[in-house]
Design a protein around this ligand. Structure first.
Ligand code: F6P
Length: 548
């Protein structure tokens, strides 16, 4: 049965209609226990979803939607190493990367845990050698700068995590990230690096991605120009599933860290793709990060739907997207250390679930992933919050805050929290015109002039903007692991419910193909033919020297 014709889906449609005029203010006024009823706590992580436009009937119907669907079976298939990534014929086993138990985890008749643990030991040895100055550059100096060259899943996760855990960083080592093919990115990092103390990690699942390969070639040329060809062995390591291509590039196989095709790029932070994180914070902290991920796995796989954090987040996305019609979700971490989380989630959520074809090849008759965007608070308040409050769009918001600050100065953290909580309150309650008039002090006296009335209308806020708030006890490796795994499972649960394959990404292929076709034309090595007039015009404009 199609999801959209299931009784649970139809029930939710009815509930969306019958509740369409109810305001969040009224829901709070009518139920003193809303917070208690619509919040969950797991291992110190609090999810308050009482400011979502739901009631207990809607929540129960969402639970029924999950329980009556095939999604729980798909999630079990993921856990058991089945090839649930049908289009690529692969298992989806990133949870094995953080599993510490004694059981085998099988894929294609092999226990993947043997390889997982071998690479963790290799990472540990390498990190220790770099930290203790045993691993030295070609001139005998210790490594002081790590430059990770990768893009997408080989960049966004480790970059976000290194930034998030900066307070746990090993002081003598700086970790930088280069992803863009724009030379400005690589050059802006290299201009501040000493070749003798710099180590490059070339991170690419496929080891064919054009941006990464071009940046790797240029970085290699920069190093060789300074220290000679022999230096490459001491200044380049690679992380990939394609060890043949790594060897062809000229990186010593002993300096290669393997991962496997059953790890999706955007789910790969737990593998050797996390090497920059392990170097930045130490392997002990990296193992804590894995432990946090594993704790969230246990919760996700065992907690009942009404207690399950990732499932609750997923079902709220379903409600807002498919029944209230929201097509975006704002991700608003009130933590500067988590400033890169929205970008990481953009790939995780939109590359996974931004799809219109179901697992059987049929076009979906409902929306899938909303557009994810956002910015750290309080910065976003001074940029785009105006639109969220008064722009008239339905924008579900996800606030995130730390109970205990990771870094602090007197007077900062409480103010930060006050803004976070005030924003969700303001989005929920809004401000009526009569409240605005009362504030302006002229309504009661009936002295309102036209200008005053216009002013009061401008100062009203419709409110009723749904939001959730996630509170982490603190931002340490363990809770970062919980947080990342929470969103990974939310994404998997959503994909399973929408009946799409969350683990392929064919939508990125066409642009790559066309860029390969255009490149020789832009270089002037191929005739400009078979190209539309817009693209032809743009290529000509770049070929001609600019005239002023
Ligand atoms: O943009 C598509 C993509 O394949 C992502 O899914 C992936 O994370 C990124 O490119 C980088 O790929 P690789 O790690 O193979 O270089």
């Amino acid at each position: 049965m199609r999801l959209s014709t299931s009784p649970a889906w139809e029930k939710l449609q009815q509930l969306a209609e019958t509740n369409s005029t109810i305001h969040l203010r009224e829901l709070f006024a009518g139920n003193a226990h809303r917070f208690k009823e619509f919040s969950l706590c797991h291992d110190g992580i609090l999810l308050d979803f009482s400011k979502q436009r739901i009631n207990s009937e809607i929540l129960t119907a969402l639970h029924q939607l999950w329980n009556s669907s095939d999604a729980p079976d798909l999630i079990s298939g993921m856990r058991n190493g089945e090839e649930i990534n049908l289009t690529e014929g692969r298992a989806v086993l990133h949870t094995a990367l953080r599993y510490s138990g004694p059981k085998p985890v099988m894929s294609n008749g092999m226990n993947v845990m043997t390889d997982v643990r071998r690479v963790l030991v290799q990472m540990e040895k390498f990190c220790t050698e770099v930290h203790q100055g045993v691993w030295r550059g070609a001139t005998g100096q210790p490594i002081r700068r790590i430059v990770n060259i990768g893009i997408g899943g080989s960049d966004l996760g480790p970059k976000m995590a290194v930034r998030a855990l900066a307070a746990h960083g090993i002081p003598q080592l700086r970790v930088e990230f280069v992803s863009n093919i724009d030379a400005s990115h690589l050059l802006s990092v290299l201009c501040d690096c000493d070749p003798a103390t710099t180590l490059f990690i070339i991170a690419s699942k496929t080891f064919t991605t054009q941006e990464t390969m071009q940046n790797a070639v240029s970085a290699r040329a920069w190093l060789v120009a300074a220290l000679g060809e022999e230096a490459v062995a001491k200044h380049f390591v690679a992380v990939s599933t394609n060890l043949d291509a790594v060897a062809k590039f000229g990186i010593d196989p002993a300096n290669s860290f393997e991962f496997w095709d059953w790890v999706g790029g955007r789910f790969s932070l737990w593998s050797a793709i996390g090497l920059p994180l392990a170097l930045a914070v130490g392997m002990g902290n990296f193992r804590q990060f894995l432990a946090g991920g594993e704790a969230m796995d246990q919760h996700f796989f065992s907690a009942p739907v009404d207690q399950n954090l990732p499932l609750t987040l997923a079902l709220l996305d379903i409600w807002n997207t498919n029944f209230l019609g929201a097509d975006t979700r704002a991700m608003l971490p009130y933590s500067q250390s988590l400033e890169l989380l929205p970008r990481f989630l953009q790939q995780l959520e939109m590359e996974s679930n931004g799809k219109r074809i179901d697992r059987h090849g049929a076009v979906l008759d409902y929306a899938s992933a909303p557009i994810v965007w956002g910015e750290a608070g309080t910065n976003g308040q001074h940029a785009f919050y105006q639109l969220i409050h008064q722009g008239g769009h339905l924008i579900p918001c996800e606030f995130l805050a730390l109970i205990e600050p990771d870094v602090d100065l007197p007077g900062h953290h409480q103010k930060l929290l006050s803004h976070c909580f005030a924003q969700s309150e303001a989005l929920m309650t809004g401000k009526t015109q009569s409240e605005a008039e009362a504030e302006l002090g002229h309504a009661a006296a009936g002295t309102s002039t036209d200008r005053q009335r216009v002013l009061a209308v401008n100062k009203t806020f419709p409110g009723n903007q749904p939001s959730s708030t996630l509170l982490l006890p603190r931002l340490d490796p363990y809770y970062l692991g919980q947080l990342v795994a929470l969103y990974e499972h939310k994404v998997a649960a959503l994909g399973a419910l929408w009946n799409i394959n969350s683990f392929d990404q064919f939508g990125v292929e066409l642009g790559k193909q066309l860029a390969n076709r255009l490149l020789p034309m832009i270089e002037g090595n191929a005739p400009l033919s078979g190209v539309d007039s817009s693209t032809t015009g743009l290529i000509y404009a770049c070929r001609r020297p600019a005239k002023r």
